[in-house]
Design a protein around this ligand. Structure first.
Ligand SMILES: [Zn+2]
Ligand SMILES: [Zn+2]
Length: 272
């Protein structure tokens, strides 16, 4: 198996596991058709993968190989033990992705694209994959820039992407964890209950809990909310501009950033 096949196998394994768990230990009642949402979110993922492949080819891993061959970036100067380098790369990239997430909420132009992710009326494992292709394109540009600056080994990038992918599926999943386990995990990791608050319709809750893998950035930088105003199963998911399935079809999601300009969730909304 090559690296791509290993990544796909991990992705599929986590996806099916979460899907199975969602049917047994569902946490939040649903308002939209699960089959329909799965189709839309997976179709969007397919488009995203195509865009990344066509535009970037080997993407972040390719950039890491290129940086290594040319001696670019911090870690190509440091002679660290590879295990330590992988841990450091995961921590640094996770902080950078946290910052990127705050920025896409802050700047109305970016929020126009990120709102596609927040327009899901329910949350489940497939929501972790729901991003507008333009946002994926921008994230990939940012990640490639980071890889050139950091010069991590290609293996470290593969591991980071696999961890990020697996964690995104876990944190978006609609599963019930025992309260104690949730609390303990949350000291370090983003749990489904923590991320669900980020998808709440309440503006101050949407603009909190930005973390993807580690919960420490929210805790350290003051964007952490432990409990939403409503109890977990009663949290209303989504944004107030899009409340029906008809508004969030695949076609509408692709056109959303160009048609509607939902400003009022942005941390610094433009004045109308
Ligand atoms: Zn967000
Ligand atoms: Zn999310």
């Amino acid at each position: 198996m090559d690296i791509q096949q290993i990544r796909f196998t991990i992705f599929l394994g986590v996806f099916l596991l979460m899907l199975a768990l969602e049917s047994v230990i569902q946490r939040h009642p649903t308002v939209d058709s699960k089959t329909n949402r799965l189709k839309i979110n997976l179709a969007l993922t397919g488009i995203d993968i195509l865009v990344v492949r066509l535009v970037f080819g080997a993407a972040a891993v390719g950039a890491a190989q290129f940086a290594q061959e040319n001696g670019w970036g911090l870690f190509n100067y440091l002679d660290w033990w590879s295990g330590l380098e992988i841990i450091a790369v995961i921590i640094i990239l996770d902080l950078m992705i946290y910052i990127q997430h705050v920025v896409v909420h802050m700047i109305p132009f970016f929020w126009q694209f990120h709102v596609v992710h927040h327009s899901d009326l329910d949350l489940d494992v497939s929501s972790g994959l729901r991003f507008h292709p333009v946002e994926i394109f921008g994230s990939m540009l940012f990640k490639i820039g980071l890889v050139f600056a950091l010069g991590p080994s290609p293996l470290a990038v593969v591991i980071f992407e696999a961890v990020l992918n697996g964690m995104a599926q876990f944190s978006h999943s609609n599963i019930t964890l025992p309260e104690k386990l949730d609390r303990v995990l949350r000291y370090i990791l983003v749990t489904p209950d923590m991320h669900r608050i980020h998808h709440s319709i309440e503006k101050n809750e949407t603009n909190s809990n930005f973390g993807f893998n580690l919960s420490i950035w929210d805790r350290l930088l003051g964007t952490y909310i432990h409990d939403a105003k409503k109890e977990q199963p009663k949290i209303i998911i989504g944004v107030d501009q899009f409340r029906t399935s008809e508004e969030v079809t695949l076609k509408n999601l692709l056109l959303m950033p160009f048609k509607t300009v939902p400003k009022n969730y942005s941390l610094f909304p433009e004045k109308d």
